[in-house]
Design a protein around this ligand. Structure first.
Ligand code: URA
Ligand code: SF4
Length: 207
Protein backbone atom coordinates (compact mmCIF):
# COMPACT_ATOMS: atom_id res chain seq x y z
CA UNK A 1 0.00 0.00 0.00
CA UNK A 2 1.07 3.59 -0.50
CA UNK A 3 2.35 5.15 2.71
CA UNK A 4 4.54 8.00 3.89
CA UNK A 5 5.44 6.01 7.02
CA UNK A 6 9.02 4.96 6.07
CA UNK A 7 9.89 8.59 5.29
CA UNK A 8 9.03 9.97 8.72
CA UNK A 9 12.01 11.00 10.88
CA UNK A 10 12.60 9.26 14.21
CA UNK A 11 12.72 12.53 16.11
CA UNK A 12 12.69 16.28 15.79
CA UNK A 13 10.08 18.98 15.51
CA UNK A 14 8.55 20.68 12.52
CA UNK A 15 11.88 21.51 10.83
CA UNK A 16 12.86 17.81 10.80
CA UNK A 17 9.42 16.83 9.53
CA UNK A 18 9.47 19.43 6.78
CA UNK A 19 12.93 18.33 5.64
CA UNK A 20 11.94 14.66 5.56
CA UNK A 21 8.63 15.36 3.81
CA UNK A 22 10.53 17.05 0.99
CA UNK A 23 11.91 13.58 0.14
CA UNK A 24 8.64 11.66 0.54
CA UNK A 25 7.89 9.06 -2.15
CA UNK A 26 5.04 7.48 -0.21
CA UNK A 27 2.58 7.65 -3.11
CA UNK A 28 2.79 8.50 -6.83
CA UNK A 29 1.80 12.17 -6.38
CA UNK A 30 5.40 13.33 -5.88
CA UNK A 31 6.20 12.44 -9.51
CA UNK A 32 4.33 15.19 -11.33
CA UNK A 33 4.25 17.86 -8.63
CA UNK A 34 7.00 20.46 -8.27
CA UNK A 35 7.64 19.95 -4.57
CA UNK A 36 6.20 18.85 -1.24
CA UNK A 37 4.09 21.59 0.32
CA UNK A 38 4.38 21.05 4.05
CA UNK A 39 2.36 22.91 6.69
CA UNK A 40 3.41 26.37 7.75
CA UNK A 41 2.83 28.81 10.56
CA UNK A 42 3.18 29.05 14.29
CA UNK A 43 4.55 25.81 15.82
CA UNK A 44 2.69 26.71 19.05
CA UNK A 45 -0.52 27.68 17.29
CA UNK A 46 -3.80 27.25 19.13
CA UNK A 47 -5.58 26.55 15.85
CA UNK A 48 -4.63 24.19 13.04
CA UNK A 49 -6.35 24.67 9.70
CA UNK A 50 -6.44 21.62 7.46
CA UNK A 51 -7.15 21.93 3.73
CA UNK A 52 -7.17 19.38 0.94
CA UNK A 53 -3.95 19.62 -1.04
CA UNK A 54 -1.77 22.38 -2.46
CA UNK A 55 -3.05 24.15 -5.55
CA UNK A 56 -1.11 25.44 -8.55
CA UNK A 57 0.35 28.48 -6.75
CA UNK A 58 1.16 26.51 -3.61
CA UNK A 59 2.94 23.88 -5.73
CA UNK A 60 5.12 26.57 -7.33
CA UNK A 61 5.85 28.51 -4.14
CA UNK A 62 6.13 25.57 -1.75
CA UNK A 63 3.78 27.09 0.84
CA UNK A 64 0.18 26.24 1.72
CA UNK A 65 -2.71 28.61 1.00
CA UNK A 66 -0.80 31.32 -0.85
CA UNK A 67 -3.08 31.30 -3.93
CA UNK A 68 -6.63 32.66 -4.42
CA UNK A 69 -8.22 30.26 -1.89
CA UNK A 70 -5.62 31.27 0.68
CA UNK A 71 -6.27 34.97 0.15
CA UNK A 72 -9.97 34.42 0.70
CA UNK A 73 -9.28 32.30 3.77
CA UNK A 74 -7.06 35.00 5.31
CA UNK A 75 -9.78 37.58 4.83
CA UNK A 76 -12.42 35.29 6.38
CA UNK A 77 -10.16 34.44 9.34
CA UNK A 78 -9.55 38.10 10.08
CA UNK A 79 -13.25 38.87 9.82
CA UNK A 80 -14.07 36.03 12.23
CA UNK A 81 -11.53 37.37 14.72
CA UNK A 82 -8.98 34.59 14.27
CA UNK A 83 -5.40 35.79 14.10
CA UNK A 84 -3.53 34.13 11.19
CA UNK A 85 -0.33 34.59 13.24
CA UNK A 86 -1.83 32.24 15.84
CA UNK A 87 -2.60 29.55 13.26
CA UNK A 88 -0.82 26.65 11.65
CA UNK A 89 -2.04 25.83 8.15
CA UNK A 90 -1.58 22.53 6.37
CA UNK A 91 -3.23 20.08 3.99
CA UNK A 92 -4.42 16.48 4.17
CA UNK A 93 -2.25 15.70 1.12
CA UNK A 94 1.13 17.36 0.63
CA UNK A 95 1.57 17.13 -3.15
CA UNK A 96 -0.48 18.87 -5.86
CA UNK A 97 -2.59 16.46 -7.92
CA UNK A 98 -3.68 17.74 -11.31
CA UNK A 99 -4.55 16.97 -14.89
CA UNK A 100 -3.05 18.80 -17.82
CA UNK A 101 -4.26 18.44 -21.38
CA UNK A 102 -0.84 19.33 -22.83
CA UNK A 103 2.49 20.50 -21.47
CA UNK A 104 2.40 24.23 -20.70
CA UNK A 105 -1.42 24.18 -20.59
CA UNK A 106 -3.17 25.09 -17.37
CA UNK A 107 -2.90 22.50 -14.59
CA UNK A 108 -6.34 21.57 -13.31
CA UNK A 109 -6.78 20.43 -9.71
CA UNK A 110 -7.87 16.82 -9.27
CA UNK A 111 -9.25 15.42 -6.00
CA UNK A 112 -6.87 13.05 -4.22
CA UNK A 113 -7.96 9.42 -3.90
CA UNK A 114 -8.64 7.72 -0.58
CA UNK A 115 -5.38 5.76 -1.04
CA UNK A 116 -3.38 8.97 -1.45
CA UNK A 117 -5.09 10.60 1.54
CA UNK A 118 -4.33 7.53 3.65
CA UNK A 119 -0.73 7.42 2.40
CA UNK A 120 -0.16 11.04 3.38
CA UNK A 121 -1.92 10.74 6.77
CA UNK A 122 1.26 10.12 8.81
CA UNK A 123 2.50 13.64 8.01
CA UNK A 124 -0.71 15.20 9.29
CA UNK A 125 -0.63 12.97 12.37
CA UNK A 126 2.96 14.08 13.04
CA UNK A 127 2.03 17.75 12.65
CA UNK A 128 -0.83 17.31 15.12
CA UNK A 129 1.46 15.57 17.62
CA UNK A 130 4.02 18.40 17.46
CA UNK A 131 1.75 21.45 17.31
CA UNK A 132 -0.91 20.06 19.70
CA UNK A 133 -3.51 22.64 18.67
CA UNK A 134 -6.48 23.36 20.91
CA UNK A 135 -8.74 23.31 17.88
CA UNK A 136 -8.67 21.97 14.34
CA UNK A 137 -10.55 23.83 11.60
CA UNK A 138 -11.47 21.27 8.95
CA UNK A 139 -11.67 22.91 5.51
CA UNK A 140 -13.97 20.85 3.32
CA UNK A 141 -14.79 17.22 2.59
CA UNK A 142 -11.31 15.87 1.84
CA UNK A 143 -9.81 17.17 5.08
CA UNK A 144 -12.90 15.87 6.90
CA UNK A 145 -12.58 12.40 5.44
CA UNK A 146 -8.85 12.34 6.13
CA UNK A 147 -9.38 13.24 9.79
CA UNK A 148 -12.77 11.77 10.61
CA UNK A 149 -13.30 8.95 8.13
CA UNK A 150 -15.14 8.42 4.86
CA UNK A 151 -18.61 8.94 6.34
CA UNK A 152 -17.81 12.62 6.98
CA UNK A 153 -20.37 14.99 5.42
CA UNK A 154 -19.44 18.65 5.65
CA UNK A 155 -23.03 19.87 5.20
CA UNK A 156 -24.13 17.90 8.26
CA UNK A 157 -21.51 19.10 10.73
CA UNK A 158 -20.21 22.46 9.51
CA UNK A 159 -20.18 25.21 12.11
CA UNK A 160 -20.36 22.79 15.05
CA UNK A 161 -17.72 21.81 17.59
CA UNK A 162 -16.93 18.08 17.34
CA UNK A 163 -14.92 16.03 19.80
CA UNK A 164 -13.24 13.00 18.33
CA UNK A 165 -10.30 10.74 18.96
CA UNK A 166 -7.77 11.22 16.13
CA UNK A 167 -4.50 9.28 15.96
CA UNK A 168 -4.90 8.46 19.66
CA UNK A 169 -5.51 12.03 20.78
CA UNK A 170 -8.72 13.69 21.86
CA UNK A 171 -9.28 16.59 19.45
CA UNK A 172 -11.82 19.38 19.13
CA UNK A 173 -12.74 20.23 15.55
CA UNK A 174 -14.88 22.76 13.73
CA UNK A 175 -15.60 21.76 10.13
CA UNK A 176 -16.47 24.26 7.44
CA UNK A 177 -16.50 24.48 3.65
CA UNK A 178 -13.32 24.70 1.63
CA UNK A 179 -12.44 28.28 0.60
CA UNK A 180 -12.14 27.07 -3.04
CA UNK A 181 -15.81 26.03 -2.86
CA UNK A 182 -16.64 29.63 -1.91
CA UNK A 183 -14.78 30.85 -5.00
CA UNK A 184 -16.79 28.43 -7.17
CA UNK A 185 -20.20 29.07 -5.57
CA UNK A 186 -23.04 30.62 -7.58
CA UNK A 187 -23.81 32.95 -4.71
CA UNK A 188 -20.30 33.78 -3.62
CA UNK A 189 -21.32 36.36 -1.05
CA UNK A 190 -23.65 33.92 0.74
CA UNK A 191 -21.02 31.18 0.64
CA UNK A 192 -18.43 33.58 2.05
CA UNK A 193 -20.77 34.66 4.88
CA UNK A 194 -21.29 30.98 5.70
CA UNK A 195 -17.54 30.41 5.93
CA UNK A 196 -17.07 33.44 8.20
CA UNK A 197 -19.93 32.34 10.43
CA UNK A 198 -18.39 28.85 10.84
CA UNK A 199 -15.01 30.42 11.62
CA UNK A 200 -16.73 32.55 14.26
CA UNK A 201 -17.82 29.32 15.94
CA UNK A 202 -14.15 28.29 15.96
CA UNK A 203 -13.11 31.67 17.40
CA UNK A 204 -15.67 31.35 20.20
CA UNK A 205 -14.60 27.76 20.95
CA UNK A 206 -11.06 29.04 21.52
CA UNK A 207 -11.76 31.87 23.88
N1 URA B 1 -6.42 24.58 -1.34
C1 URA B 1 -6.03 23.77 -0.33
O1 URA B 1 -6.75 22.91 0.13
N2 URA B 1 -4.83 23.96 0.17
C2 URA B 1 -4.00 24.88 -0.26
O2 URA B 1 -2.90 24.96 0.28
C3 URA B 1 -4.43 25.72 -1.31
C4 URA B 1 -5.65 25.53 -1.84
FE1 SF4 C 1 4.33 11.54 0.29
FE2 SF4 C 1 1.98 12.72 0.71
FE3 SF4 C 1 3.48 13.45 -1.34
FE4 SF4 C 1 2.25 11.13 -1.40
S1 SF4 C 1 1.26 13.15 -1.36
S2 SF4 C 1 4.41 11.50 -1.94
S3 SF4 C 1 2.39 10.49 0.76
S4 SF4 C 1 4.00 13.70 0.81
Amino acid sequence: AYTAEPFLPERGGLPALRKAAAECRGCPLHRDATQTVFGAGNAHARVMLVGEQPGDQEDRQGKPFVGPAGKLLDRALAEAGLDPADAYVTNAVKHFKFTQAEPRKRRIHKAPSLREMTACGPWLAAELAVVEPELIVVLGATAGKALLGSSFRVTQVRGTVLEEEIHGRRERLVPTVHPSAVLRADDREAAYRGLVSDLEVAARALS
